[in-house]
Design a protein around this ligand. Structure first.
Ligand code: DGP
Length: 113
């Protein structure tokens, strides 16, 4: 989608601090980090949110989870621990309408949300 900021980041049209990418997914640093390590993982293809799961190919969710673990390893939080979350819709506080998963770590997150 031309006007989707995360599509444009995933395609490389807009520069970002990419830490890992493959054919399906891209991980880059959040512009407003809420933890020492704060990454966003997005699918390259435009999917609005977790609610649009019907757009996923079979097995893509598993690939996504594997990718998230690889990102955690890449930024050095795999063993110390991290949090993965996705915001959905208005009440979930979703600001960008392209499915993305936050990976937060690098400190004791406690009950941080
Ligand atoms: P959410 O509330 O889950 O939709 O969070 C969107 C996140 O995306 C928010 O933490 C800030 C981040 N963000 C928004 N625009 C950009 C951008 O242009 N570049 C980067 N790196 N992050 C962005």
């Amino acid at each position: 989608m031309d006007d989707c900021i995360f599509c444009r980041i995933a395609s490389g049209e807009i520069p970002s601090d990419i830490v890992l990418e493959d054919g399906g997914f891209v991980a880059f640093r959040d512009i407003h980090p809420k933890a020492p390590q704060h990454l966003l993982v997005v699918p390259r293809s435009h999917i609005g949110s977790l609610n649009d799961l019907e757009l996923w190919r079979k097995g893509e969710g598993h690939l996504l989870l594997q990718f998230i673990v690889r990102v955690a390893e890449r930024v050095g939080v795999k063993e110390s621990g991290y949090r993965v979350l996705t915001n959905v819709g208005r009440d979930g506080g979703q600001e960008v309408q392209h499915l993305h998963f936050h990976i937060l770590g690098g400190q004791d997150l406690g009950d941080f949300r």
